[in-house]
Design a protein around this ligand. Sequence first.
Ligand code: GLU
Length: 292
Amino acid sequence: MCGIVGILSNKNVASMIIEGLRRLEYRGYDSAGLATITDGKIVRRRAEGKIRNLEEKLFKDPLNGQSGIGHTRWATHGKPTEANAHPHGTDNLAVVHNGIIENYIELKVDLETKGHKFVTETDTEVVVHLIEENLKNDMEPKDATFAALDVLEGAFAIAVIFAKDENLMIGARQGTPLAVGYGEKEMFLASDSYALAPLTKRISFLEDGDRVVMTADAVDIYDLDGNKVEREIRVTAQSGATTGKGEYRHFMLKEIYEQPAVIGDTLNSYVHPSTGHVSIDPDILNALDKAP
Ligand code: GLU
């Protein structure tokens, strides 16, 4: 599983996106990239391999921009090369995508007959060209994106930014998780709340089929039928500190060494701190009773 981070802010977002991508490293990936909007233009940096390769590129060639999307890719369609690394895009938009577009071949053939040139081996690129085609037909970014989503089959999450509107990001969840983070004049999208832990604790988890239209000040969520819906904003308890790799070289090593502490913490949570009495939630006892 790979990861998505999207940020609309009033300050440069590249380093925040990199930090978010690092927090998604545990999901596994083979390449990474990000795109921001600078002076009305989409600018990308992408790299094969580890996030530090992407950081080296950013160090040599920094990216400004107060809105952007980032991605860690685990290739399903096409080799894990820089050319196939997300974000993919045109001069008008950039897209990051988790998951698989199952009907991408028929969509690609149709788009090619309309003159679209494909430059990657990914299934993702059809999303780019579908939205581009709709924009060309004078649709607004929201309608252009929603209409593109309507024809996609498969399990995926996406985030899209538009060169002409720096303060707009559109996301969708269809079978693959996506969370919205609420900040102060900043909004975030990410594959999970861990990625956003240092940025905000106020999170809405999108439901399957949800689409989200975000600015730095407002979030509108729509269900699959196009109805505006409310999704609960939860305050997560995660601290940024517990979610990183810490002093360990790999997440697996961290998990192995953390096992005694995690089991201890879990047992401790059933013991009253001053009386020492053990109390277990009746729902848990019921579930244990029913366990085979
Ligand atoms: N299917 C897309 C690709 O191969 C996205 C893979 C992913 O979820 O990272 O580029």
